[in-house]
Design a protein. Sequence first.
Length: 318
Amino acid sequence: MLFMKLFVHQLFYLIDDNKEGLFKILSLSIILATIEIISLSSIIPYVKLVLGDPENLFQIKISNFSNNLGKKDIIIISSGLLLFVFLIKTFVAILIQKHIINFSSIQQLRIKPILMSGYQQQTYLEYVSKNSSSYVYNIVNLANQLTAAGLMPLLKLVTDFFILSVILIVLIIINYQIVILISLIMILFFVVFTTYFNPILKNCGVLINQSSKNIIKAVNEAFYGFKEIKILSKENFFLQSVIENSKIQFENYKLNQIILLLPKFLLEFLALFFLVIIIFYFMIINENIQEITPIITVFAFATLRLVPIVNNITHSYS
């Protein structure tokens, strides 16, 4: 946890000069959250309208507004409005991702010259205390990783937490018992997954970075001392170093990617499991199927939205 706080603090220190970009992302997130509330809230009256619920207030208000509209006309108009709301939501979501990618890319553009300038200002003793391959690796690779695997996921995490909170509030208003049950299962899943797999992922990351540095070091030394190595016939030493470190890098990268894919498939199963639980819950309390269909539809739509968000949160925390 201390490492995460330090990492976040360092990231915000690096982006201190570009707070306007952050403000745009947060503003768009608020707009998306508002549209999310409207879209989820409109599903229940829409489904009731399609099912022909005589007590549907939405249909009654539209009928009072215009006596010339029949039920089919109201359904067509409502379908168009619902599609328009979801289209706007999709557009805003894409716009947020565009701003996050653009903002992260700009920081990557800034960080590389900062690192280069910092290394150039070192004393000679500081310079020789480290292998030159670490400087190359930090400027070329770590600067990219900082934005692609650090800043970008962090910004997505902030927007996802915001949207997640809004969706949960809407679902709590609809049926808080189901939300509590689902939340407990999701928290249990998150705790078990992160507790078991996070140490493995951390170890993979350390080994991948170290092996990458060793590969760069071996390649640099092999070509910088090309003449001497040829004379002494030591080519095999550097070749073996590249082979061994490449194997370490490959094995750990493979394990890392497999673990990061697990939440997506497990959450898809849990999503179906939740829908089955919701149906059984309403069957147990003897609810009429026509009455519960709109609620099940809302939870189904919300689940489709929540699965990628929770997957992203688990992925980012890992």
